[in-house]
Design a protein around this ligand. Structure first.
Ligand code: DGJ
Length: 374
């Protein structure tokens, strides 16, 4: 009997794998089921049945991709099992996703028609800093991968946005050399300076997310025009391409880190401002159509440290399964001196008077919380 008790003690207490997390602790070190700090930055979640899959940038000390996109699985959102590398960087120096490229903000969606898992991500080519500004796509038969890299590009080449007046299309490129940050530059930017500049080669695509609507249509939302304007683009039925239908959102608004969710018939978006790895005040928007117009609702963060969104930047909003109307803000607390030590700030979103609100909680769990407030 004593031996049995000892065995029981060893299994339950001494085995780190058996310790179960039962709450979120934003900003703490989050360990996976093997006891290792979770490495899935700029991430997003895809869920299937009872399982959530969390995809994110595997970071080292620097933010350059040396490994690829890592995936974890969980049935409760608190305990995450490392499922390995979903999309690996390539050892081929000629590959666009070669080791040393930049792979950010991976998001995975499932296509019912093709039965394929599709991953979109922000790609910067090796040794080019952030100049390439491309979006990349990869495909898999399984949520845990391996994902096969297909291609990357600057989207929407040779097509004007749906909300772009003919007069803006017709302006010539002549006399469009404005000095940055002047009022003339800002006015020209709003009227499509960079849309015209990039018309032939395709529009820049940096921070991004993908969103699947109730009717199965998917949208790619990305920072474009030198990070000054968000673009919202429809994806093809197989989710592997852009259809040519796209709009500009808040021209000159400097929104990064977009995260989209929907409640009833309203679309919501949370973004950050534009300050590199440093945190700033988040923004929120709502719209009755994904194409807009998007109404500005201000900073969703409230209370202490709201001006820096609790030292975080949005990456995704998860609609939690089985808990009606529950939305979870996922943000990154970046650590640019040692990226692997970046932390995860997950907080509940409340929707009050049709406006998202996020407040800081040291510790919380899903049982005590509902997004929709009277
Ligand atoms: C801010 C973006 O939101 C991040 O994803 C990353 O691209 C950094 N800029 C790079 O400075």
């Amino acid at each position: 009997m004593k031996l049995l008790c000892l065995l029981f003690f060893l299994i339950i207490v001494a085995d780190p794998c058996s310790s179960q997390n039962t709450f979120f602790e934003p900003g703490a070190i989050w360990k996976d089921t093997e006891g290792k700090h979770i490495n899935a930055h700029g991430g997003g979640i895809y869920s299937e049945g009872d399982t959530y899959y969390w995809y994110g940038e595997h970071k080292g000390q620097s933010s350059i991709a040396q490994v690829g996109v890592r995936v974890y699985s969980s049935s409760d959102l608190y305990n995450w099992k490392n499922e390995g590398i979903a999309l690996a960087v390539s050892n081929d120096l000629d590959s666009e996703i070669t080791k040393g490229s930049v792979i950010e903000r991976p998001k995975v969606i499932y296509n019912n028609k093709t039965g394929k898992y599709v991953m979109w991500f922000h790609l910067e080519l090796k040794n080019q800093g952030y100049a390439a500004a491309r979006t990349g796509v990869a495909i898999s038969d399984s949520p845990t991968g391996p994902f096969k890299y297909l291609k990357s590009y600057r989207p929407n080449a040779n097509v004007w946005p749906l909300n772009f007046p003919l007069s803006n299309q017709k302006r010539t490129k002549k006399n469009e050399l404005y000095e940055w940050w002047t009022p003339e530059w800002k006015a020209a930017l709003i009227e499509g300076l960079y849309v015209r500049r990039d018309f032939r080669e395709g529009q820049m695509s940096r921070d991004m997310t993908v969103f699947v609507d109730d009717d199965g249509k998917a949208y790619h939302i990305h920072s474009s025009e030198e990070n000054q304007t968000l673009h919202i683009s429809e994806l093809t039925d197989d989710y592997l391409d852009f259809t040519s239908r796209w709009t500009r959102m808040k021209p000159g608004g400097q929104n990064e880190a977009p995260a989209v969710f929907k409640h009833n018939d309203t679309y919501y978006m949370i973004t950050s401002g534009l300050t590199g790895w440093a945190p700033n005040a988040a923004r929120s928007f709502s719209a009755k159509s994904i194409w807009g117009p998007w109404k500005s609702l201000g900073n969703p963060a409230t209370g202490k440290l709201a001006q820096v969104t609790f030292n975080s930047q949005s990456t995704y909003v998860l609609t939690v399964n089985g808990v009606e109307d529950t939305f979870l803000y996922m943000g990154d607390r970046w650590n640019p001196k040692n990226h692997i030590d970046g932390r995860y700030i997950w907080l509940p979103i409340k929707i009050k008077n049709k406006k998202p609100e996020i407040e800081w909680l040291d510790k919380w769990d899903l049982s005590k919380y509902n997004s929709i407030q009277p």
